[in-house]
Write a protein that binds this ligand. Sequence first.
Ligand code: GAR
Length: 203
Amino acid sequence: MNKTKIAVLVSGGGTNLQALIDSVGSVLTSGELALVLSGNRNAYALERAAKAGIATEIVVKKECADQADFEGRIIAALEKHGIELIVLAGFMNILSADFTNRYPERIINVHPSLIPSFCGKGFYGLHVHEAALAYGVKVTGATVHFVNEIPDGGRIIAQKAVEILPGDTPEILQKRVMEQAEWILLPQAVEKVSAAMMKGETV
Ligand code: GAR
C-alpha cells in the first residue's frame, strides 16, 4: 500500500519538523514527508528539509496579491507534489475557510497549550507561554488537532500536560513544552492519521 503523502508547513526554526523527520521509520511508518512548504524565505526549517532530502517550496504572504492568491499558490504546490495530508508545524499564517474546507480532517496543527486555554487569534509561539505564565496556571501542555475555519477550533486528536515550575520564563517553558509534549505528540498523531488514511478509516 502507498504511504500517505505529507506536506509540513513551517515558518521558523522547524523543531517540530525535525521531530517528524527523526520519527521516520520508527513512529512515522505510514506517512512519507514529501514536501516542506515555508511561509518565510529565511526559515531554518528549510535547511532541515534540505538536509533530510525533502522537497521544498516557499510561498510568502506579503509577496502575494491577497489571501486568495496566497492560498492558491499553496494549493498549487500541494497538488504538484501529490499531497494528501497537511501538517502545520509552526506555520504562522491564518488559513481561510476557503482553504480549510477544501481539506476536511486533512490538516493537522500543533499548538503549545492545552486547548481551549490560551488559543485562538494572537496566541502563537512565545505569546502562548507568556499568557500561561501571566495567568498563573500550574499546568500547561500541547495539543494536536484538526484544522477547520475556527483558529485552534478543530477536533482534538491528542493532548499532553506539562508542569509549570517556579522561576519559569516563557523561553524555559516553551522548551519544556516542546521536549515533553510537542515533539512526542506530533509524530504520534501524524502516524495515527496517516495510518487511518491508508486504510480509508477516520481517527
Ligand atoms: C511551536 O511551539 C508550535 O507549537 C507553535 O510555534 C512553535 C514553532 O516551533 N505553534 C503555534 O503557536 C501555532 N499557533 P518550531 O518552528 O520549532 O516547530
